[in-house]
Structures are given as structure tokens and as C-alpha cells.
Design a binder for this molecule. Sequence first.
Ligand code: C5P
Length: 227
Amino acid sequence: MSDPRLYVALDLPSIEQAREMVRRLGDSVVSYKVGLQLLPLGGAEFGRELAAMGKNVFLDFKLHDIDATVEKATRSIAGVGADLLTVHARPDVMRAAARGKGDKLKVLGVTVLTSLDEQALIDIGYHHTAEELVLHRVRQAIEAGIDGVVSSPLEAAKIRAMVPKDFLVVTPGVRMAGHDAGDQKRIATPYDAFKSGASHIVVGRPVTQANDPRASADKIVADMARL
Ligand code: C5P
């Protein structure tokens, strides 16, 4: 049993270890997220390999550069066969990614990094609360023509209320009840994340660090199926 709405984050030190994790998870997981840790080690090529295996591929590369560069980078990533790509949710960056994405790749805006608290936002020079900034950027993401955003599950309901039905709301920070939260502060269970309006969830360590990753993934999928 698998569910394509569950993306397992392959935050592992090497491509070899990521490949081994995919092998262990077998047909229990069909969607994977490859992030910045693997990018310099061949993460994009590994994405191509996963796509060739029939997996859904989320390249969490958080692009942020001048328009022309973002557009061309997005086009290159679309060529890998990825399904999802993240860019920082600045209007110019999102518009450039929308131009480069082609037919299959969907682009997600990273609204406000969950590691930033109110003081950190002031230090950067923003004079909004994190929530105001998230909702402002969601509006800008829709205007820019990208496909969705990454958000905390705790903001998903407010976002869902203001976006078109097919807009993607992808939430990390998901934990099964009673499990170690690790460094994630704003968490929800898989069931609650979908109930709040998430379209997809991202789960890393609760699967990849488990003694039995496959059993852990199966439990998450079972929790999603309660909805
Ligand atoms: O191990 P864990 O389930 O906490 O992994 C969550 C994944 O989602 C990690 O790859 C992390 O980088 C990513 N992420 C996050 N919070 C964000 C954006 C991305 O936890 N705001």
C-alpha cells in the first residue's frame, strides 16, 4: 500500500545511502524529495534515476536568483523529469520559474522558512508577522502563476481558504502522535495535515531513521487513509 501524496525526504549523506533507502522502502513509497544535502553530490541526476523508476520526484532546491537564471535553471530541472521544484516566494523569482517550468513540472513557493521567528524577520528587514508574510506571498504565488506553496501544517487551513481548489499546499513538520518531534516545532499528524487542507506531506526522519522504515511509511499512509 502506498500513497503518492506522501513525499519521503531523502536527507541522507550520500546518493548511495539514498538509493539504499529507496530500495528498502520498495513499493511502499512512490514519492521522494531530494534536497540541498544531495544536490552537490549528484542530486539532480539521482532525481532523473528516480523518475526513470516511475517515482514522483520533488527537487527541493529553493531557487533564488535573477529572472533569467531562475527561468533557465527551472527549465534544466524540468528536463530531469521532476514533478515538483521549490523556489523562494518572491514575485520576480516565481514569475521566472513559471515561465521555465513547461508542462509536467509544478513549482512551489517557499513562503517563509519555518526556522525564522518574528525577531529574525525584523532583523532581515521585514515588518510583518510570519503569518502576514505567508498569506501575502500566497497571493503573490497565485498571481505569478506557480502551482502551490510549502507551508507549516498549522497554516494550511488559512491558505486553503484563499486559493483555487487545485493549488498545492505541501507541508513538512508532520509527525505521528507520540513520536519524537526532533527540531520541528510546528507539527501535525498526517491525518490533521490533510484535514487542514494539505495536498501533500513531506516526512523525513520518522521514516528514514526508523528501525523499520517500511513499517513507518505504512503507518503514515494508514493514518492518511482515515480521512
Ligand atoms: O525529517 P523531517 O520530517 O523533519 O524532514 C522534513 C523535510 O522538510 C526536510 O527535508 C526539511 O528540510 C524540509 N522542510 C522543513 N520545513 C520547511 C521547509 C522544508 O522541514 N519550512
